[in-house]
Ligand binder design. Structure first.
Ligand code: URA
Length: 189
């Protein structure tokens, strides 16, 4: 584990821990507030993210941004990262060895950010963070506490592009995140 961001960012440069390094343009490390109370974890970069080296800048990200704007969430105030930092070919789901190779970077990011709340965007994030026994359909919208962190699984924003009903649930889940965040901060004083 690296003790600070500088060391962590240095350690990932030129990473060749898995085969996703072969076709990537950029490593998509993460973005946002490195001291955020709220962190969001997605699956892996798509073509736009691979080009720009920033998570969630493509279609799915734009939809997520719209929800953020509607609910008054400032994207710059949360921290956003992915299970894998390099784009899987044809945007396929990361394979187990790829996720495994990359997860220590994410664990290190979580340790440095110290979020109180982690929003798990979709099945890949849920299964890799909380365990294979969790399913997104049954877990979404339900808070799960583990080791002092509150997790909320929800739909991956790309799923919203295909199903209008999921938009409503995603919106509801983000509202629940805001409520929880406010509760946590009210209890602090
Ligand atoms: N999908 C993800 O899971 N992450 C991104 O950064 C972009 C799309």
């Amino acid at each position: 584990m690296e003790e600070n961001w500088e060391e962590l960012e240095k350690s990932i440069k030129g990473c060749k821990k898995c085969k996703l390094c072969l076709q990537r343009t950029n490593i998509v490390f993460g973005c946002g507030n490195k001291n955020a109370d709220i962190m969001l974890i997605g699956e892996g970069p798509g073509a736009d993210e691979d080009r720009e080296a920033v998570p969630f800048v493509g279609k799915a990200g734009q939809l997520m941004n719209k929800a953020f704007e509607g609910l008054g969430i400032d994207r710059e105030k949360v921290y956003i990262a992915n299970i894998v930092k390099c784009r899987p070919p044809q945007n396929r789901v990361p394979e187990a060895d790829e996720a495994e190779a990359c997860l220590n970077y994410l664990r290190n990011q979580v340790i440095l950010v110290k979020p109180k709340i982690i929003v798990l965007l979709g099945s890949t994030a849920l299964k890799n963070i909380l365990g294979k026994e969790y399913g997104i359909t049954s877990s979404r919208g339900k808070w799960i506490e583990q080791k002092g962190i509150l997790y909320l699984p929800t739909w991956h924003p790309a799923a919203l592009l295909r199903d209008e009903n999921k938009k409503i649930e995603f919106w509801k889940d983000l509202k629940s995140v805001i409520t929880k965040y406010k509760e946590l901060n009210a209890n602090k004083n």
